[in-house]
Ligand binder design. Structure first.
Ligand code: AMP
Length: 106
């Protein structure tokens, strides 16, 4: 069985270049290539979960981990506030089918 690697898995595996802002054993944070705000980060789990619809109870840890990271990332970028967005499914505007949290701030 062959399974196509997601764009973000290729970034995680350094097959495609990107600006990596933060990385740990569970997730990676990169600059969005087409920023919609002064700061536009993507927080991406290393596990290639396609959309929020595919989440299972075993993903609670990584999803909680990423939520806890958001305010730390914002503070590191000197943001006093920020917006988050998770596009889900084609109908929800999702383009890359590997879960990611957008963190936006000016
Ligand atoms: P979404 O519509 O939620 O799936 O968002 C996908 C995001 O990935 C968009 O904001 C794109 O600008 C961003 N993106 C696409 N390719 C890359 C890349 N090579 N490096 C960084 N961000 C990317």
């Amino acid at each position: 069985m062959t399974s196509e690697k997601t764009l973000f898995s290729k970034i995680i595996d350094r097959e495609i270049p990107s600006t990596i802002v933060y990385e740990d054993e569970k997730c990676i944070v990169i600059n969005d290539i087409n920023p919609k705000a002064r700061v536009h980060l993507l927080v991406i789990p290393k596990k290639p979960i396609a959309t929020l619809f595919e989440l299972t109870p075993e993903d609670k840890d990584v999803m909680g981990h990423m939520m806890l990271l958001l305010p730390q990332l914002a503070q590191a970028q000197n943001l006093e506030g920020f917006k988050t967005q998770i596009n889900t499914g084609e109908a929800g505007g999702q383009e890359v089918f590997h879960i990611h949290i957008h963190l936006l701030g000016n």
